[in-house]
Design a protein around this ligand. Structure first.
Ligand code: NAD
Length: 451
């Protein structure tokens, strides 16, 4: 079946593909399996050299890759540039890290035990459409560095940057068969990778709903899985915060990438004593958001990914009191205005992941109330705490059931630090040194010293 890829900002087709099916997925796994013995035998420092070359090629092609991503996802070009910059950084980081990721020597009775880090084999990487190449790189970096070979399945809506990266990987000297990209439906190609007996692990980023299917499917062959799933994160603003800074930052924490961000702080929790003051500032800052053509330098928010997704996002704000609604652009493209709604934590809009430019503003009484509301969700991915009280910041940070937190900032992601969720936001960690653990197995070898 033919797959037509659209530019969500214009609804114009930008590419067409024959979609892969089970047969093509099996062929890709076979290629990855054939490439595995020699790739895993390459020394870590030689693999690092190749990854460094790939990082340099990504830097050299950064503008091209950012334009591909901006057109295919509808994301502002400035944001797309930042994401591609991070892709290069990720490959540099794992190139630098992998020959420092080794085992221990453990003194034991009658000898010594040594641990080794071994690659897993062929890994299947399934990624979503919101940060296509960026999220792919978080998995590819550690997977390739550890000596695994890969079958990457990009989201069917956004396959273009992954295909270009595969070409750059060959140009960097990464051998044929080590990185394979298969473009096809999740329920066909993704499902086949999950079931395939020759795939040792699935690294998955996507919805919690599909994450459940991955976990179930992986049980049959006892595959390893890393699941990076949805979120419903809280942006907690205490009365003693720098309200001007917090309010200026809050819109970007939820409307970046048009809210299609697993880390979106889509519940803005505000202490009651400063609620009105903060809200005025928040509305002003949201009003200032520049929505429009993603190819323009000044644009801060583009459209949603598809018509179907726009309808889904719209269903969350029907009948909910609005505190602010931006202007809806009346032109081709899947536009949706930045929207602030008043809600309690029980509303559907505050419980489910909207994955669009919609934030629920929720008042709270005191620290205990803030912690209770923030934790009252099945998710636990990210979040922010705004306060000038350092002790409170640390107390609340320890109490929140979430994998990634920032204090007086909305930043979620750094190449050097582990990223991942608590609760139904998934498990396993990406980025940082921890990601290398997820793409390798520990082997323990005992050496007898007995005569
Ligand atoms: P999705 O779960 O629909 O799809 C993700 C990937 O899984 C796609 O490649 C898709 O083709 C594939 N897939 C779909 N059905 C499948 C099946 N039955 N078997 C195997 N693979 C299947 O998610 P999406 O709509 O592409 O992305 C949005 C979701 O991703 C949101 O929930 C968001 O929170 C989440 N996300 C999480 C993170 C994180 O790091 N935690 C980052 C980005 C996005």
């Amino acid at each position: 079946m033919t797959l037509t890829v659209l530019n969500p900002a214009t609804e114009e087709p930008i590419a067409e593909f024959e979609q892969a099916g089970v047969e093509e997925a099996d062929e890709a796994v076979a290629r990855a399996r054939a490439a595995y013995p020699s790739w895993s035998a390459v020394s870590p420092s030689d693999r690092a050299r190749l990854l460094r070359r790939l990082a340099t090629l990504v830097e050299e092609h950064a503008e091209e890759l950012a334009r591909i991503e901006s057109r295919n996802v509808g994301k502002p070009i400035s944001g797309a540039r930042g994401e591609i910059g991070m892709v290069a950084q990720v490959f540099h980081f794992y190139a630098g890290a992998v020959d420092k990721h080794y085992g221990d020597t453990i003194p034991v009775a009658d000898g010594v035990a040594a641990t080794f880090r071994e690659p897993l084999g062929v890994v299947g990487l399934i990624v979503p459409w919101n940060f296509p190449l960026n999220i792919a790189s978080w998995k590819l970096g550690p997977a390739l560095a550890c000596g695994n070979t890969v079958v990457l399945k990009p989201a069917e809506l956004t396959p273009l940057s992954a295909l270009r990266l595969a070409e750059l990987a060959l140009e960097a000297g990464i051998p044929d068969g080590v990185l394979n990209v298969v473009v096809g439906k999740g329920s066909v190609v993704g499902q086949r990778l999950i079931e395939h007996p020759d795939v040792a692990k699935i690294g998955f980023t996507g919805s919690t709903e599909v994450g459940r299917l991955v976990m179930k499917g992986a049980a049959e062959t006892i595959k390893r899985v890393t699941l990076e799933l949805g979120g419903k994160s809280a942006n907690v603003v205490f009365a003693n915060a720098d309200l001007e800074r917090a309010a200026a930052a809050a819109p970007y924490a939820v409307f970046d990438n048009a809210g299609q961000d697993c880390c979106a702080r889509s519940r803005i929790l505000v202490q009651k004593s400063v609620y009105d003051e903060f809200l005025d500032r928040l509305v002003e800052a949201t009003r200032g958001l520049r929505v429009g053509d993603p190819s323009l330098e000044e644009t801060e928010m583009g459209p949603l990914i598809s018509q179907e997704h726009r309808e889904n996002v719209a269903s969350y704000v029907e009948g909910v009191p609005k505190l602010f609604e931006g202007e809806a652009l009346e032109k081709p493209g899947f536009w949706f205005p930045p929207t602030l709604v008043e809600a309690t934590n029980e509303h559907r809009v505050a419980r489910e992941e909207v994955f669009g430019p919609v934030a629920a503003v929720i008042p709270f009484e005191d620290e205990a109330d803030a912690i209770h509301i923030a934790n009252d969700t099945p998710y636990g991915l990210s979040g922010s705490i705004w306060t000038r009280d350092g002790a409170r910041a640390l107390r609340v940070a320890r109490a929140l059931e979430t994998g990634v937190l920032s204090v007086n900032s909305n930043s979620s992601v750094r190449v050097q630090t582990p990223f991942g969720g608590f609760k139904q936001s998934g498990f396993g960690r990406e980025l940082g040194m921890q990601a290398l653990d997820g793409y390798s197995e520990v082997k323990s070898v005992f050496i007898s010293t007995e005569e």
